[in-house]
Design a protein around this ligand. Structure first.
Ligand SMILES: [Zn+2]
Length: 242
């Protein structure tokens, strides 16, 4: 059955001699499709199989077995993603996280927004990245508990965020997790209670960095138990660029 889909290429992997498998993020799911002959430099499909390009495709959808990419048209190629190794590796980590998550339109829209912000060299790319990560954590049900202490539900005396407990801890319940400043705690609280419409205000109040992204990606790995191979690569790249 021929269908038309629109989405973002997440990754491509060689398949058999001349073909490739392409993972496409759509608003509802991640679609895996076989692109025939794409390893040939003359293939017309090459353009529409580049990671982080936004395209439209005609797919021959098979009920059993791999669906086939018939043709495609690029709508936008976020090529600046590939010009900065840290950003590129970060995008592959997000793409890896997406493969372990139930896709929803909100995730798709935020990921598209993140790529758009990279492409226009926005100063807040890490802030936009955090909104994607936050949405993934929420969809997976592993967002931090920030409405009080996760153990005793006391709203007063909050002094840290515990990775292992999965939320804030008050002074009485904290057993050894390093204390955080009020500002750091408020930053976490604001990120997780605000919705995307408030992002500009949030970006005015707090600075979101690559380290924040790494913290929440580690959180994802810890709470889902998925080993993200792309994450060790990103960490190496970050180390080298320091
Ligand atoms: Zn407590």
């Amino acid at each position: 059955m021929m269908i038309k889909i629109e989405g973002i290429v997440l990754k491509i992997q060689d398949y058999r001699e001349k073909d490739a498998l392409v993972w496409i993020l759509t608003r509802e799911e991640i679609f895996t499709v076989r692109a025939r002959g794409v390893q040939n430099s003359t293939s017309k499909l090459r353009q529409v199989c580049q990671p982080f390009s936004y395209c439209e495709w005609i797919i021959d959808k098979k009920e059993n077995g791999l669906s086939l990419m018939i043709q495609g048209q690029a709508k936008q190629y976020f090529y600046l993603v590939n010009e900065d190794l840290v950003i590129q590796s970060l995008c592959f980590v997000i793409s890896d996280m997406l493969s372990h998550t139930k896709i929803k339109p909100s995730i798709y829209d935020l990921f598209m927004m993140f790529l758009t912000k990279i492409q226009c060299k926005d100063n807040e790319v890490y802030g936009y990245c955090l909104y994607v990560i936050k949405e993934i954590l929420i969809v997976d049900g592993i967002q931090p508990y920030v409405n009080g202490c996760i153990r005793c539900h006391n709203k007063k005396g909050i002094e840290t965020l515990s990775f292992k407990d999965g939320g804030f801890l008050c002074h009485e319940c904290n057993q050894g997790t390093q204390k955080m400043s009020k500002d750091e705690l408020l930053k976490v609280y604001s990120l997780f209670v605000s919705d995307f419409s408030q992002h500009e205000r949030l970006f005015q109040l707090y600075t979101f960095t690559l380290n924040d992204c790494l913290y929440w990606i580690d959180w994802f790995e810890y709470h889902t138990q998925f080993r993200l191979k792309s994450l060790s690569f990103l960490k190496k790249v970050v180390e080298m660029s320091l």
